[in-house]
Design a protein around this ligand. Structure first.
Ligand code: FES
Length: 115
């Protein structure tokens, strides 16, 4: 189980939900399931409308996470990832702070999602 806390000026208060890690749910599908108003259009990693900022709420190192080529391209085009962050993600498996909710698979770690 992972605690996923959503925060946004679009919501009256922060909302924490429990996500089942390992069921391959995207962060966008978790948000939709709980009526969290994360923006989206394509749901396929192409438009960038679902960009969210993810912070790890645990003291341990963040879990490594593969970025799809589509996600890298969209985040780079939107100015949400630097060349250094991209290199760190590719070589050291360090996840960048900005992600696409429709591409982010929920893992067994507590996170704060800002949108
Ligand atoms: Fe279009 Fe996620 S909804 S990139």
């Amino acid at each position: 189980m992972a605690n996923v806390t959503f925060t946004s000026p679009r919501m009256q208060r922060d909302v924490t939900v429990y996500a089942t890690a390992g069921d391959c749910s995207t962060l966008l599908s978790v948000a939709q399931k709980h009526q969290i108003p994360v923006s989206f259009e394509c749901e396929n990693g192409e438009c960038g409308s679902c960009a969210i900022e993810v912070s790890i709420l645990e003291r341990k190192a963040p879990m490594g996470m593969h970025l799809t080529e589509k996600e890298k391209t969209v985040l780079r085009y939107a100015g949400k990832i630097t060349a250094a962050q991209l290199a760190d993600a590719e070589t050291n498996d360090v996840p960048p702070p900005w992600r696409l909710a429709c591409q982010f698979i929920v893992r067994d770690e507590d996170i704060l999602v800002t949108f």
